[in-house]
Design a protein around this ligand. Structure first.
Ligand SMILES: [Zn+2]
Length: 107
């Protein structure tokens, strides 16, 4: 692979990987009222208690979306996309040193 395509590819992979890491924990906002305790969807609920966990519902215990979840799949893909190019650069650098002609001894 040529160096001209390698650098943007590595930067791109690390940028996408970093973005995946930063967004691994995210909340699906604006998808309707949800129980703040268990995340049960309260969109069509008329009672004042959560049918799932029994929490008494008030504006404090109703959240505007499901609870934020940490996505491990997203985390690991992001981690791989950051570290694989980093390791690639290190290996490439090591290979470049190995390829260097040995300096003359006792020059
Ligand atoms: Zn609940």
């Amino acid at each position: 692979m040529t160096d001209s395509i390698k650098l943007p590819l590595i930067c791109g992979m690390m940028a996408v990987g970093g973005w995946l890491l930063l967004t691994a924990r995210r909340r699906a906002a604006g998808s309707g009222p949800h129980c703040a305790s268990c995340g049960y969807n309260l969109s069509h609920l008329e009672s004042s208690r959560c049918p799932e966990c029994g929490l008494v519902l008030s504006p404090d215990t109703i959240s505007d979306g499901p609870p934020s979840r940490f996505s491990w799949g997203r985390f690991w893909i992001g981690a791989a996309m950051v570290f694989v190019p980093a390791i690639w650069v290190v290996i490439d650098f090591g290979m470049a040193i190995m390829r260097m002609p040995t300096p003359p001894v006792g020059g």
